[in-house]
Design a protein. Sequence first.
Length: 117
Amino acid sequence: MNTDKAYAEKIASEYAPKETRKVVALKKLDSRAKLPANIFAYTFGILMALLLGVGMCLSMKVIGGGSTFFAAVGVVVGVIGIAGVSVNYAIYKKLLENSKKKYSADIIALANQIAAE
């Protein structure tokens, strides 16, 4: 086998114009539909988990000077964090549903074209 020929073909294929396939377009539409919900869920979940952690640290008097006032504030902050983490999945599902409705016509039409071929 001629390795120079294989190497040349590999380099040439990198510079050749790529044809867009319908399956690739369908994958891009699918990821575009899911991306906003994923970004929100990860961001909101991380922020609420951090808020929960700060509330725990305050209530256990690890931070805040060890006063009773900061312990009470920590309980409130922790409960807010727990509530945020608890509703994160429900918000994610609602955002994903709305986003899928937005792109459903395009995705179904493209999927039907691929299935018909």
